[in-house]
Design a protein around this ligand. Structure first.
Ligand code: ADP
Ligand code: MG
Length: 613
């Protein structure tokens, strides 16, 4: 549809919300809007370069691919023009009037989740185009699509609820953004101020950038330069430019390789894990280049999924030169790249862990969850990833952690398995009955507090040829330790366990004497092979189906405990009372195991028992 008169549109509600936040000074560093607009211009040029590979009928096909900024001190305007892909009328509405694109969407989602209070969180997002409204009275976007036959338009808005679109004659291909600055932001109409800003990062733009007819940047790909020539600030500026970040990265890895593939890679780990903050799943963000030319800004298979938190650039000369996003089907090549980079990154993290444990701990606190995901799901890198995992253990101090290789060095020659126990926290696990047996035998148990740990351990199954075994699993077999004095005899124990099974009926699958107990009178073991007690608790908490199936419980008793010796006497003399005691012992054991699902009967019974005292 072509219209001669301006047409007015309302911004989508989310955009209004976003604009409101942007305009009311979310960012102290207003100058980032220049970076955002230059980066959009660069994206538009990059898209045109790709379009040229496949399309013939391109408007102004011979126009140079470049970005031009113009300041006008008197009129207080800043103009940013590109010869990129441009936008049709519909695209103007779609791209600038709705929240269809990723950066701002994630930002809003974060705000919706209470992120506005977290200034760190805000630092994780670029609000892209809308950042112009931090400094603008009005913004006009003149744009003409590369599609020959599409007319040009001007989109304009003052950042309050609406915008207008009007057809404009005689535009050349690309976009020209004219910002009429607020009085207090007139500094951005000065050549010197913009030059300062551009000099910091325009070198990372792979197209010529001009300011007031002067050429500003020499296009040098930072990742192709030699490491010892590059300053930290240059790396940090590049990271911020490339990943739209507002903070420096926490780690970086810059490396090159010649065999089996020629690779130059520059990878960054951000400060924070936004997934951990409850935001949406991260998308791949390491861009793929071939000799400085962008092939794909977000290739899906360049890295394994668990490395989706990485930012940066991979450049390989071995990619076919004319490759485009659509034709990037050379799976084998991408797989090879994937392998080399992943291996190199793992080595880097491993060095970090051994040589700079504090830095590693900081990394692990944020991104350890991704290492766990990898250990559970990435069969190729499982072993290396397992080495990087950290857990507290019964031998570490609170909040200090240990690794599986370290655990293994502490194993005695008789110990064949690696033990772990999953639960909410250290106190909960230590007050439970499961650890005593291991303590008594000097066996170390890893203490796992994260919900995914159980899944990871189940998937991994073994480390260094040793089985990973849950300490509360029914199948755990521990070596005998000498029987303490004064325990019930074997016959008496047998009588008692048989009686207990009869008295408790269906509530227990099996009752037997325990070789795990040292101090506690009894413990309950979840005998369900398919569902651990911890998993059951989680399912219950989430109201999942299956959580209310009857539980299968084994009761193990301690023939050395005074309670059991007394019960053995009582069961013959006062069977009614003994039955109440037996029920109570089972409930106590279930409580310790976190498996008691309904305490009402227990309370009633306890009063009955108290009457008999
Ligand atoms: P992002 O760059 O993260 O997608 P922006 O808010 O910066 O988000 O831009 C929104 C969208 O507007 C872009 O995805 C793009 O489609 C379009 N756009 C912005 N600037 C330009 C431009 N100079 N040329 C063509 N399209 C543009
Ligand atoms: Mg952008």
């Amino acid at each position: 549809m072509s219209t001669a008169t301006p047409q007015k549109f309302e911004f989508q509600a989310e955009i209004k919300q976003l604009l409101d936040i942007v305009i009311h000074s979310l960012y102290t560093e207003k100058e980032i809007f220049v970076r955002e607009l230059v980066s959009n211009a660069s994206d538009a040029l990059e898209k045109l370069r790709h379009t040229q590979l496949t399309e013939k009928d391109i408007l102004d096909d011979k126009a140079a691919l470049e970005i031009t900024l113009t300041t006008d001190d008197k009129a207080k305007t800043l103009t940013i023009q590109d010869t990129g892909i441009g936008m049709t009328r519909d695209e103007l509405v779609e791209n600038l009037g709705t929240i269809a694109h990723s950066g701002s969407k994630a930002f809003l989602k974060a705000l919706g989740e209470g992120g506005a209070k977290n200034s760190n969180l805000i630092g994780q997002f670029g609000v892209g185009f809308y950042s112009a409204f931090m400094v603008a009275k009005t913004v006009k976007v003149y744009s003409r699509s590369w599609k020959a036959g599409e007319p040009g338009h001007v989109w304009s808005s003052d950042g309050s609820g609406s915008y207008e679109i009007e057809e404009v004659a005689d535009l050349s291909r690309g976009s020209k953004i004219v910002i009429e600055l607020k009085d207090e932001c007139s500094e951005y109409a000065q050549d010197g101020r913009i030059k300062d800003i551009l000099e910091r990062y325009s070198a990372f733009v792979s197209f010529p950038v001009n300011l007031n007819t002067k050429h500003i940047n020499t296009v040098t790909a930072l990742w192709l330069r030699s490491k010892n020539e590059i300053k930290d600030e240059e790396y940090n500026e590049f990271y911020k430019f490339q990943s739209h970040a507002y903070e420096d990265p926490s780690l970086r890895l810059h490396f090159s390789a010649d065999a089996p593939l020629s690779i130059n890679a520059l990878l960054f780990v951000p400060q924070e894990n936004t997934e951990k903050m409850g935001l949406s799943r991260l998308e791949p963000a390491v861009s793929l280049y071939c000799r400085k030319v962008l092939i794909d800004a977000a290739p899906k298979d360049l890295l394994p999924e668990w490395l989706r938190f990485l930012k940066g650039v991979v450049d390989s000369e071995d990619l076919p030169l004319n490759i485009s996003r659509e034709t990037m089907q050379d799976k084998a090549l991408i797989e090879k790249l994937n392998k080399v980079i992943t291996k190199r990154f793992l080595k880097f993290i491993d060095e970090e862990a051994t040589q700079r444990p504090e830095s590693f701990a900081k990394f692990y606190a944020q991104f350890g969850i991704f290492l766990k995901e990898g250990a559970a799901l990435d069969f190729t890198h499982k072993d290396q990833l397992m080495k990087l995992l950290r857990f507290e253990s019964t031998l570490t101090d609170k909040t200090k952690s240990t690794s599986l290789p370290d655990y293994v060095t502490r194993m005695s020659s008789e110990q064949k398995e690696i033990y772990y126990l999953v639960g909410a926290n250290r106190a909960a696990l230590e007050s439970g009955p499961y650890l005593e047996a291991f303590k008594a035998r000097n066996l170390e148990v890893l203490l796992c507090y994260e919900p995914v740990d159980e899944y990871v351990m189940n998937n991994v199954r073994e480390f260094d040829g040793k089985k990973l075994v849950a300490a509360d699993h029914a199948d755990v077999k521990l070596t005998d330790i000498p029987k303490a004095e004064g325990a019930l005899s074997e016959d008496d124990t047998k009588t008692l366990t048989t009686w207990l099974k009869e008295s408790l009926g269906d509530r227990v699958a099996e009752v037997k004497a325990s070789d795990r107990l040292v101090d506690s009178p009894a413990l309950a073991i979840n005998a369900d092979k398919f569902m651990s007690a911890h998993m059951r608790r989680m399912m219950k908490a989430m109201n999942k189906d299956g959580a209310d199936m009857p539980q299968k419980v084994n009761l193990e008793i301690n023939p050395r405990s005074a309670v059991m010796k007394r019960l053995f006497e009582t069961h013959a003399l006062a069977p009614e009372k003994a039955k109440l005691v037996a029920e109570q012992i089972l409930d106590n054991a279930l409580i310790s195991a976190g498996m008691l699902e309904d305490a009402t009967q227990m309370v009633a019974r306890l009063y009955k028992l108290l009457e008999t005292v």
